[in-house]
Design a protein around this ligand. Structure first.
Ligand SMILES: [Zn+2]
Length: 75
């Protein structure tokens, strides 16, 4: 459940509010509903670990056919 930071546009007070779908947010100080939503620093991203493949680990392996030892013996 997301918690958002809000700032009242009327009196300027900042507050956090737990938001359930479509709920109205009102200032706790002056009860104004004219508030601005800000990004909460307490909320964590739900899928922060979702990433693409690590391309830096792809590519030809170093050393070729036998791990770089080709020069030390004959094939
Ligand atoms: Zn207010």
């Amino acid at each position: 459940m997301p918690i958002y930071d809000y700032q009242c546009a009327e009196c300027g007070v900042e507050f956090e509010q737990l938001v359930r779908g479509g709920a109205k947010v009102a200032c706790p100080a002056c009860a104004a509903t004219k508030v601005e939503r800000r990004m909460s620093v307490t909320a964590r991203p739900a899928n922060g670990s979702a990433r693409g493949p690590d391309l830096s680990r792809l590519g030809p392996p170093p050393g070729g056919c036998c791990g770089g030892g080709c020069g030390s013996h004959s094939h």
